[in-house]
Design a protein around this ligand. Structure first.
Ligand code: BEZ
Ligand code: FE
Length: 291
């Protein structure tokens, strides 16, 4: 095609596709091109502006490595990660939420009752609950991959002072579907702002804060894997999470308890002398999609 113009360019682009192109890829590329071309026309995008856009993406590429995922962060602050999540959420189960860029694989096993707080300063949080199906029946053998920040607001992969797997662990539920562990109360923290995403936040007058949370990925045979996070109801950033991850059903209370009520069966049993926080939160899984 030699008479390409602003009206036909999307059709011309699609016309270049081979006839054996995967239909789903064709559908996605058509929609992407339609919206991208409309975006350039609607905004009357200039060469300079698009060059800056490309420089932005090049910077994001340069800064990305095994531990720093700037494109994930970009998707998160644009609300795209949260939107994809919501489009595919299944009613009746615990809501899913953003994975974020700080999950690492290979976390060590965390036995029921084990402690992740160790020597870190801050209030003890006892988190527990039952992993259930939609009928309310406990799920045995569910695997909870748990991670959170240290009290300094950093994940282990961001912080040279932490061990690789500090505040990461994997717990498997027994026949009663129960999980339980102690940790330090998570804190609100900022997403990384020293890269191109930080520049965008700054240029658009946005703050980089996330409300404090515990991350979980819950896997169980026959159930859909749930990626989620739970938030305490008193966090000041609950209504302005910079990555749009908060859902009503993921907000719970940390209830302060006197030290003498600390239960048996935990690594810290008998060792807690100050009031501690209790977070009771059940996690409901939905059935796996039929293959
Ligand atoms: C997180 O919760 O770890 C996170 C999510 C999105 C962007 C940055 C961090
Ligand atoms: Fe997080």
């Amino acid at each position: 095609m030699r008479d390409v113009n602003t009206d036909n360019i999307t059709d011309v682009f699609m016309g270049y596709f081979g006839k054996d192109t995967n239909p789903r890829l064709r559908e996605i590329m058509l929609s992407l091109a339609t919206h991208l071309h409309a975006f350039a026309k609607e905004t009357n995008l200039t060469h300079d502006e698009w060059r800056r856009g490309i420089e932005f993406m090049e910077w994001a590429g340069r800064i990305t490595d095994e531990e720093r995922h700037e494109f994930v962060l970009l998707s998160d602050v644009l609300g795209l990660s949260a939107l994809v999540d919501m489009i595919h959420s299944v009613p009746g189960g615990t809501s899913s939420s953003v994975l974020g860029p700080f999950h690492i694989t290979g976390a060590p096993p965390l036995a029921f009752g084990a402690d992740m707080k160790r020597h870190y300063e801050g209030p003890v949080l006892l988190a527990r609950g039952t992993v259930k199906n939609m009928k309310g029946e406990p799920i045995e053998g569910a695997e909870l991959d748990i991670w959170q920040t240290a009290p300094n607001g950093m994940y282990s992969s961001q912080d040279p002072d932490q061990d690789t797997y500090s505040f990461h662990g994997i717990q498997t539920t027994g026949p009663d579907g129960r999980y339980g562990f102690t940790t330090v109360k998570p804190v609100s923290y900022t997403v990384p702002t020293d890269g191109p995403v930080g520049d965008i936040l700054n240029a658009t007058g946005r703050h980089p804060w996330r409300p404090s949370h515990l991350h979980y990925i819950i896997k169980a045979e026959g159930y859909r894997t749930l990626v989620t996070e739970i938030f305490p109801d008193d966090d000041p950033y609950l209504d302005e999470d910079t990555v749009f991850g908060v859902r009503d059903d993921l907000v719970m209370k940390y209830v302060e308890q006197p030290a003498q009520t600390f239960p048996d069966g935990f690594e810290l049993s008998g060792k807690v002398n100050e009031p501690y926080l209790l977070a009771d939160f059940d996690l409901i899984l939905t059935p796996a999609a039929e293959a």
